[in-house]
Design a protein around this ligand. Structure first.
Ligand SMILES: [Zn+2]
Length: 145
């Protein structure tokens, strides 16, 4: 199960970078799914909702127009970035599944992890948070083909 830890920016800046990579705790990871250390090279990009995020009414309007004679449907490309990202819109593989916090607020997309690691069949993990509630509650979703 994914875990998300909030860190205080002032404490991180005051403490500096870690000198060593933290060791994995006993039972924290399945040995077959051990993450490898890697570096990020972030870029700024404009992101848009994936077609899987269309409101239900709009979906029902458009889906028949993209139906194939052989069954299923073929949607035109959208401008959703499929890759690991902070902010933007989830890169859903399955229909959108936005979580609500315990107070009923629809949570905001925080982070998508996909494309860089093997998560099922082209799957992704999506983290969400609620900035309206104290303590920044968070939740996550997973999907794949
Ligand atoms: Zn909330």
């Amino acid at each position: 199960m994914p875990q998300l830890y909030w860190r205080n920016e002032a404490e991180v800046v005051a403490g500096g970078l870690l000198s060593e990579m933290p060791q994995v705790g006993e039972g924290e990871y399945d040995e077959d799914n051990m993450p490898e250390p890697s570096a990020l090279s972030p870029v700024v990009a404009e992101d848009f909702p994936r077609w899987l995020d269309l409101p239900k009414g709009m979906w029902e309007t458009w889906e028949p127009r993209f139906r194939l004679p052989t069954g299923g449907s073929m949607w035109p490309p959208d401008s959703n970035i499929i890759g690991t990202k902070v902010g933007g819109w989830p890169a859903w593989t399955q229909p959108a599944d936005w979580p609500n916090c315990e107070s009923g607020h629809r949570m905001e997309h925080l982070l998508t992890i996909t494309g860089d690691i093997q998560l099922g069949d082209c799957g992704g993990v999506y983290f969400f948070h609620c900035r309206q509630c104290p303590g920044l509650p968070w939740d996550w979703r997973f999907d794949c083909h």
